[in-house]
Every structure is written in C-alpha cells, then in structure tokens.
Design a protein around this ligand. Structure first.
Ligand SMILES: Cc1cc2nc3c(=O)[nH]c(=O)nc-3n(C[C@H](O)[C@H](O)[C@H](O)COP(=O)(O)O)c2cc1C
Length: 507
C-alpha cells in the first residue's frame, strides 16, 4: 500500500505542518513516482532524474521516492525523496489552492497570485513568531544520538555525480543565531567528511556567510549551528531563497505564510531553536579555521571548482524521527524549492521601483535569464524598467523585457517575442560591470576577487518598438490576433470538439 493510501485521512490542502503531510498530498494528486530499489553506486538515481526531466521537463517531472538505495556497496533504507518541488502544481498544492490540475503554468500563476495577495498594504509579508514546544513533543527528537553513537555515514546521503567530492547532505536548512542580526536559516550543501564531521558551504556574501564572518571577527571560537533536514515546504523555501532580508527571521515569515506559528524546539547541545516537525536535526560547532571542500555539480549545470577554504562543522548531536526520511537535491538537474514565494517577493519589491511592471520571472531551467513584462507606454521604458534588476538581481545576466501580452512563464513565447520584436541594434544595452554570480561558469578570472564578482549583463528590449524608438506607426498584428478578430469564438468552438477529434490519437 502506498504511503498516501495508508494514512486514514489525507489533508490535501496546504499549508502543511510537515514534509510527510505534503508528500502524502502530492502522492494523492498523482505526482509521485515510487522506485523500490536503485543502485546509486552506478549513478542510476542521477540518470533517472535526468531522463525524467528530458521526458517531462523541469516543471512537469514527478517527485520520486526511492525506498532503498545502494550507496558505497551497501543497500540503505530510505525513503530518499527527490524533485518534490519539481512540477509547478506542487506550489499550488503546498499553498493550499483548492482546484489542482495538471495545467502547470496555470497552477504556478495561481500560486504566485495567492502569495502576492498575502502581502500587507506596504507589500510586506506578515510574520508570526514561532512557538516553543517541549522536547518530548517534538517529532524530530524521537531518536537522540550523541557522541560515538553518531555516524552520519550510515544514513543514505547521496553522491549525485561521480565528479562531486563525495556524498552530500544538500537540503539542510542551516540555522545560526547572532545577537545583532537574529536568527538565520539558509540551505547550504554539506559535504560528508566523516561520521561526525561535515562541510558547510554558504557562498560569500550569503546571509549565513555574513553571520559566520561576523562571529569570527568578534573573536568567537566557533559558531553553533543546527542543520534541519526535511522541513515543511514553506519553511524549507524560506531557507532556500532570498525571501527574507538580512536580519529578518525566516521562521517567523514562514509562520506568516502558514497563518499559524511554526513549532520550534530547543537543540540538545545549544540554545538554538529549530523547527520541531522535521525529519532530522544535526547539531554542531563551526570553527573558523577553514578546510578544502568540493568540487560539486552546481546549479548552472556545470561542475564547480574545489574550494581550498570553506567552513566545516563538528557534529555534537543528531536527533531524528523514527525511520527518518531523506531528501536529495539533484542540483542543476531539477527544481529545488517553492519559487513562487521568492518570485512574489521580487515582484512586490520591484513594483515599487518600476510602476509599469506586470511581472518578473526567473526561469530556473535556464539559469542566467530573467524575464520582465511591462505595460509599455513610453519610449525607452524597457531599459528604465530593467535597470534596477541589473543592480539587485545578480542571477539576471540576460534580462529580456517583453510587452504584457507575452506570457513570461512560457519560455517559448518569450523567445518568440525576442525573435520577432527585437532588433539587436539599437534595442540592446550592455552593462559592462555589474555584480554577478560566482558560480556562473562564464565568469573570467579577472572578474573575481575574494569578496566580489563583477560580470557583464545585457538587457534585450523585445517589446514592440514605438515610432519614437524607430518602430512602425502601426505595429503588425499577430496572425493569431487577426484570426480572433474575425472569429472571436473560434477557440471555444474547437475546444468543445477537441475530445472528439483527439479520441483516436495515441501518444
Ligand atoms: C537544495 C539547495 C542547495 C543550496 N545550496 C547552497 C549552497 O551550498 N551555498 C549557498 O550559498 N547557497 C545555496 N543555496 C541557495 C541558498 O539556500 C539561498 O540563496 C538562501 O537564500 C541562502 O540563505 P541566506 O540568504 O539566509 O544565506 C541552495 C539552495 C537550495 C534549494
């Protein structure tokens, strides 16, 4: 019997208090592929994920649960979960939208709209402070391990690519506390280095990195940290994205989105409070002498370089549920978290600077791009609108600006506009120096210093050009628009007949 079916009642409506409840809903919606056994010593799980993406696309491939997995010559019990936030309708499921369909873009759009509707009148997210529960009531403490009892190597953490430095815990929210900035939660990959030792990889200038460097500068001997595995979808998304600003508490913002306080519990070996309803918590100390880490297959889909100096953590305690669940991110292969929360944040933030903004979309399947749609009225507006993005969205190397009739969730439609509406000269701006992404494999050696990466960016104005911009007095119509002008109900009619026309069609 499936995990979902074995639950007496399945709550299909998010937000969910745990990853397990979310996965049960996902399974009930038919979004989960169960694989009883897979041999990761032969990289079969990785190859399967690539194949699922090849076949169904980044926003259509199912979540996968591997029940048993072979790692380092041993069959280990899972479940190991992957691509649990892959399909776009997972966003709608996690956010509690009632009508779930397989129309993935429509589901993502619905999720985005729901999140945007949750902002207050100043465009800010509501916060609800977490509440502390007793240790005995916390599911993440059903099993408590300390000292020599801890052997992280016994758990099914994967090596995703043979070129990676080794096995990684790569979906943990690393929680730290700093008296000045408060609490931080960030997802950083952690290389397994021994039974009680792991790497911790906040990239330079991430909030987590700032926390650790501030503690180092204050002369503290180490930072206390707790790594949370398997948080509920919203708490996990808060740790995985820049929805919170430095100093804002991701756990309180998660509570705001969930409409109820997140339950937190005190760690065994520190005063840190961590989400209680999770699969596992790995507690420890991060000293400030650095060690080698990596290489690792990065989000751009290219192998990163080995780092000569990176943080590591000495593990002081591990607590977990009975039969914990594990999650692996196939980085650069699949989508990793609910992106609508972050994208709604970007939309609201930039709306203040760009009044005619209709939407921003950062497509994760083609890292480096950002699509912007505007309600264009004046010449030159595309560049004015894109300008703030070049400064504040490091990942946006290629910014494509389109008119509001183009669906920015549809890459093909955006590229169609680029092909048809864009004249490279003069409708292009190149910004020679702008803050950029260290992981971008195209960054040149001279563009990187220890603390900064300066890359170039391009703005492509693929909006219809107005006469003042050299465009025609009357812009040619789309063929489709011409059809609809003459036959406004033609699609309604054909949609009614479609099932009949398609009935003998086999895919
Ligand atoms: C699965 C996954 C793995 C990630 N790994 C890293 C990582 O190793 N280092 C990093 O700096 N950011 C990583 N990120 C992105 C950060 O989690 C994200 O930028 C987040 O905002 C960082 O939190 P912070 O802003 O509080 O530092 C990862 C995200 C996901 C979803």
């Amino acid at each position: 019997m499936s995990q979902a079916a074995s639950l007496t009642t399945i709550n299909l409506l998010g937000p969910f208090d745990s990853l397990r409840m979310y996965m049960a809903a996902l399974e009930a919606h038919g979004g989960v592929l169960r694989i009883p056994e897979i041999d990761q010593d032969a990289y079969e799980a990785t190859a399967l994920m690539y194949r699922l993406i090849d076949k169904y696309g980044w926003t259509g491939a199912p979540a996968v649960i591997f029940d048993r997995i072979k790692i380092d010559g041993e069959w280990m019990d899972g479940p190991v979960i992957a691509n649990q936030y892959g399909r776009w309708n997972t966003e709608a499921i996690a956010l509690g939208i009632e009508q779930i369909t397989d129309d993935q873009p429509a589901m993502y759009q619905a999720a985005l709209e729901k999140v945007i509707s949750m902002a207050d009148k100043n465009g800010q997210w509501r916060t609800i402070e977490p509440v502390e529960v007793e240790r005995d009531r916390a599911p993440c403490k059903e099993v408590r391990l300390s000292g020599d009892e801890i052997d992280l190597l016994e758990f099914p953490w994967l090596q995703s690519n043979p070129a990676d430095a080794g096995r990684y815990i790569n979906t943990g929210n690393v929680i730290t506390y700093d008296p000045e900035h408060g609490r931080n939660s960030g997802t950083y990959r952690c290389q397994l280095k021994g039974p009680r030792k792991i790497g911790v990889n906040p990239e330079i200038n991430q909030h987590g990195w700032t926390f650790l460097m501030d503690m180092k500068e204050r002369g503290e001997p180490f930072a206390r940290a707790a790594i949370v595995i398997g948080a509920d979808p919203i708490t996990y998304a808060m740790g995985s994205s820049k929805t919170a600003r430095l100093g804002q508490d991701e756990l309180a913002i998660a509570g705001g989105f969930m409409g109820r306080p997140l339950e937190v519990v005190k760690c065994e070996t520190s005063e840190l409070l961590v989400p209680a309803n999770v699969e596992m918590v790995i507690e420890g100390e991060i000293p400030f002498d650095m060690e080698e880490e990596g290489p690792f297959g990065e989000m751009y889909g290219y192998m990163g370089q080995k780092k000569s100096e990176n943080f590591y953590m000495n593990v002081t305690a591990v607590t977990h549920r009975e039969n914990p669940w594990f999650i692996n991110q196939f980085t650069g292969v699949t989508r990793g978290y609910l992106t609508s929360l972050m994208e709604a944040t970007a939309n609201l933030t930039f709306k203040k600077a760009i009044p005619n903004l209709v939407g921003i979309h950062v497509p994760v399947e083609i890292t480096g791009f950002a699509f912007l749609s505007i309600d264009k009225r004046e010449p030159g507006e595309a560049f004015v609108a894109a300008e703030p993005l070049t400064k504040f969205l490091n990942i946006a190397k290629i910014i494509v600006v389109v008119d509001k009739d183009v669906d920015i969730l549809n890459v093909e439609e955006v590229m169609h506009a680029v092909g048809a509406r864009w004249q490279p000269h003069p409708a292009t701006r190149i910004i020679e120096q702008s803050s950029a992404m260290r992981l971008d494999p195209s960054i040149r050696a001279e563009q990187k210093s220890e603390l900064k990466v300066i890359g170039s960016k391009i703005i492509i104005d693929a909006t219809r050009q107005l006469p003042e911009e050299g465009g025609p007095e009357v812009y040619q119509r789309l063929n489709r628009a011409a059809l609809l002008e003459e036959f406004p109900d033609v699609f309604d009619r054909i949609d009614r007949k479609l099932p009949e026309y398609l009935k003998n069609w086999e895919v």
